[in-house]
Design a binder for this molecule. Structure first.
Ligand SMILES: NC(=O)c1ccc[n+]([C@@H]2O[C@H](COP(=O)([O-])OP(=O)(O)OC[C@H]3O[C@@H](n4cnc5c(N)ncnc54)[C@H](O)[C@@H]3O)[C@@H](O)[C@H]2O)c1
Length: 267
């Protein structure tokens, strides 16, 4: 795969796993993250260019893409992956948390998409991949803020795709389920469900780069379940949520085990 790819939020987790697989497949990869120490270490380990970027800032994001193109050439793929997940009761959520989450998860993705399209549309080729979440389609108690942010990413990505689809540039959304990264620390798994690993999401993203599609749900089997689930009566939906523990998962978590993650996303 001889593609030039830039990935945000790739110092760890899903972004890092994706960078690793793309590099192994022969892509020229540039990773960006707000965490300077972590992105420097990750870039050294992978043998790729690592840059500091704050996806909420137009100046920072523009400089990231400029430097990525200096290092890798015109970008074929931009993956907007940076994101955070504050959880807990909506009434306990600070305005600062809400603004930060929407700024990173929504504004960051919109900015990255616009800046990437600004480069790709004149060339008539390219692919923007936005990492949303299944949480953009299925909503749960304790997750209102994150649900709202990811629903916005799903809608924004699809509308943008429709707008540019005749101009040679692909726009896709990736919707992973629970995935074992620091983002889920302190949380129980839904009953009877195994979390994905970051490598599972990386493999799906690589497949998407090879064969662009509007949307990739991971694991793929959940796409049908979610569609059917949306049609169920409210009473059945509630019973199912209780059965899998999804009604409490984002409310009854181990706050101590989540402390380090919470501190990082608020730093
Ligand atoms: N882990 C899951 O269960 C899961 C499921 C569905 C979707 N996602 C999404 O996948 C993406 C990656 O999540 P992850 O699980 O790898 O989380 P993670 O916390 O392991 O990694 C996220 C990275 O984003 C970086 N980041 C945060 N704010 C930033 C900013 N302003 N600018 C640049 N970088 C910034 C962080 O420093 C971190 O390295 C997120 O968008 C997340 O919402 C995760």
């Amino acid at each position: 795969m001889s593609k030039a790819v830039a990935i945000t939020g790739a110092a760890r987790g899903i972004g890092l796993a994706t960078a690793r697989v793309l590099k192994a497949k022969g892509a020229t990869v540039v990773i960006g993250d707000i965490d300077e120490a972590a992105v420097t270490e990750a870039a050294e380990e992978l043998g790729v260019t690592g840059l500091v970027v704050d996806v909420t800032s137009r100046a920072s994001f523009t400089a990231f893409l400029d430097r990525a193109e200096e290092a890798a050439g015109p970008l074929d793929v931009v993956i907007n992956n940076a994101g955070i997940m504050p959880i807990g009761p909506v009434t306990g959520e600070s305005d600062a948390d809400a603004r930060r989450c929407l700024d990173i998860n929504v504004h960051g993705v919109m900015l990255g998409t616009k800046l990437a399209l600004g480069r790709m549309l004149p060339r008539g080729r390219g692919h923007v991949i936005n990492i949303a979440s299944l949480a953009g389609l299925t909503y749960m108690p304790g997750l209102a803020l994150y649900n709202a942010s990811k629903a916005a990413v799903v809608a924004f990505t699809e509308a943008t795709r429709l707008e540019v689809q005749e101009r040679g540039v692909h726009v896709s959304a990736v919707l992973p389920t629970f995935t074992n990264t620091e983002l889920v620390s302190g949380m129980r798994n839904p009953k009877g469900q195994r979390n994905c690993e970051p490598e599972d999401i990386a493999a799906a993203v690589v497949a998407l780069v090879g064969r662009p599609r509007p949307q990739a749900v991971i694991p793929a089997k959940l796409a049908r379940q979610v569609k059917i689930g949306a049609l169920l009566p409210e009473r059945v939906k509630r019973a199912m949520a209780r059965r899998y523990g999804l009604d409490r998962i984002f409310l009854d978590f181990d706050a101590d085990a989540r402390k380090a993650y919470d501190a990082r996303i608020r730093a």
